[in-house]
Design a protein around this ligand. Structure first.
Ligand code: NAD
Ligand code: IPM
Ligand code: MN
Length: 347
């Protein structure tokens, strides 16, 4: 039997609530697989206690793991950005998660706010760049607090970073039936970064004659997500645009409670990290009403990543079956949903 080292970072707010259900399903599907779990108490409580977000020693321990499952981080009692940058983004950057993989898929029976769309219309994969763009923290503030304060926040885009994420997106596109890749950017205004993405896309496209490509400005893309989601199959986009359009993607595909993601290091030089797209939802934390489905689907992505495709398919099928009947269930608590999906997985 195979043993996998799994780091678990439950985090803040609803993070621990949804992670518990993800682990429940993981246990149900494991079979011959054994997960050697290590839980890390990172997040708001740790920061309040020690001032630490992601200490070097913990980062080095994380590097020794095979894969990471994260709930969410961020809390109203901690200055905004402290945990987001110090913990989440630090992990993504240090572990070289240059692909932030975010499927946007409407499952059968799930209600979408869009009129007249079917499951065929909303089935895309957003390949969001994960280590560059406006997220690097390059920039600063001058004359803070004065009327002449200047805040800059640079977008960093390297030929190396852009090429590797675009290559990954072509591979994803080539593996899908429609084989269509759309670059989403804003090259009419962000001319330096947009032009770099465009040129690299054109160059790499020559190696993938079977993949058709298109370009869409990000503002128009938000419109088409709502008016014509079928336009999109695979999208490759910068870190910030990818953040924004995947919340929109979640909304059109049945809600943020269903949206899964993976922070992937495709070169496997460090463990990848799987997490729901949503945050710590302080507005509903502790109320047992967080939907754990996004985390459970992230667990399926995790299983795929470690080469356990059969187990991943079983989890996806259990989720899909649960979603198809969900309308009939009425209100269910976080753990009731987790129990139901875990039961389908084992039975
Ligand atoms: P959020 O995703 O936490 O919440 C947005 C809305 O969606 C809220 O009304 C919330 O109740 C609802 N929601 C989220 N997840 C849900 C679920 N599983 N089931 C049902 N409803 C759900 O985003 P926010 O309010 O903008 O941010 C809250 C905090 O989370 C902030 O500190 C933010 O920085 C952080 N955050 C963290 C991550 C992450 O760890 N990956 C992602 C996004 C936001
Ligand atoms: C997400 C979140 C994060 C992001 C924040 C919390 C840093 O919104 O995972 O989508 O912007 O990437
Ligand atoms: Mn986000």
């Amino acid at each position: 039997s195979r043993s996998v080292r799994l780091a678990v970072i439950p985090g803040d707010g609803i993070g621990p609530e949804v992670v518990a259900e993800g682990l429940k399903v993981l246990d149900a599907v494991s079979g011959e697989l054994t997960f050697e779990r290590t839980e890390y108490d990172l997040g708001a409580a740790r920061w309040h206690r020690t001032g630490e977000t992601l200490p070097d020693s913990v980062l080095e321990e994380l590097r020794q793991q095979d894969v990471i499952l994260l709930g969410a981080v961020g809390d109203p009692t901690v200055p905004s950005g402290t945990l987001e940058r110090g913990l989440l983004l630090r992990a993504r950057f240090e572990l070289d998660h240059y692909v932030n993989l975010r499927p946007v898929k409407l499952f059968p029976g799930v209600a979408t706010p869009l009129a007249g769309v079917t499951t065929d219309d909303i089935d895309m994969v957003v390949v969001r760049e994960g280590t560059e763009g406006p997220y690097t923290g390059v920039g600063g503030v001058l004359r803070k607090g004065t009327r002449h304060e200047v805040a800059t926040q640079e977008s960093v885009n390297t030929a190396y970073g852009v090429e590797r994420v675009i290559r990954y997106a072509f591979e994803v596109a080539a593996s899908r039936p429609r084989k269509h890749l759309t670059l989403v950017h804003k090259d009419n205004v962000l001319t330096f970064a947009g032009d770099l993405y465009q040129r690299v896309l054109k160059r790499v496209a020559e190696e993938y004659p079977q993949v058709t490509t298109a370009y869409c400005h990000v503002d128009a893309a938000t419109m088409f997500f709502v008016s014509q989601p079928r336009r999109f199959d695979v999208i490759v986009t910068d870190n910030l645009f990818g953040d924004i359009i995947t919340d929109l993607g979640a909304a059109v595909a049945g809600g943020i409670g269903l949206a899964a993601s993976g922070n992937v290091n495709p070169d496997r030089t460090a463990p990848s990290m799987f997490e729901p797209v949503h945050g710590s939802a302080p507005d509903i934390a502790g109320q047992r009403k967080a939907d754990p489905t996004a985390t459970i689907l992230s667990v399926a992505m995790l299983l795929d990543h470690i080469g356990e495709g059969d187990a991943a398919r079983r989890v996806e099928r259990a989720v899909s079956d649960d979603l198809a009947e969900r309308a009939a269930f009425g209100e269910r608590s976080t753990s009731q949903i987790g129990d139901a999906i875990a039961k389908r997985v084992s039975g």
